[in-house]
Design a protein around this ligand. Sequence first.
Ligand code: SF4
Ligand code: SF4
Length: 193
Amino acid sequence: MRKSLNYKVVHVRKLLNEASMHTETFSKASNLHCQQGCYSCCLKRDLYASSLEFFPLAYELYKEGTAETVYDKIGNLPQNAPCYFFTPFEQNGGCSRYNDRGLICRLFGFSSNTDKNDKPRLITCKGIKQTDAFQNLLPSVLGKSPNFSDFYIRLASLDFQLANEQLQINEAIHKALEIVLNYESLRNRRIPA
Ligand code: SF4
Ligand code: SF4
């Protein structure tokens, strides 16, 4: 069955909320935290994501009436510019759309994948790896970390092609906006009498 855009927005949003809930629980259990004032993830120029994980963000912008403006502004950014929504002056880690951020923004640092021996490996940054909390991380606690691949498999169940197309972060957001704007423009088109 072909899934509607609204269906995808609602279910991606559920997945995003779940990812946040699990990473927060793991952060508390492991005592792993981002370093205060570190925004390195958002500043990465080679940060890749799918457009699908930004459907809720694109849809929120559409409802707020700013989707077209943001679409144009992102379209004019230089290639590989850091994420459009990063701002050093905002709270919550420099993300100006923290509640709408993508799956990669929520999972990186606090999720894991399994290695060839089926042992979980944390997907995280150098800074976190250097902390005492990481050095002392017990396998039993690491085993409770959310599984990165599981979340992306669930994302792919909503739209296999869009979930697997990895784009530079601004391109991913741009494409999500384009899909939402095209969809809404078709939906709102009047049927001639
Ligand atoms: S995951 Fe690491 S690099 Fe990213 S914001 Fe947290 S501490 Fe910084
Ligand atoms: S959406 Fe927010 S959290 Fe994600 S890369 Fe952009 S600024 Fe960072």
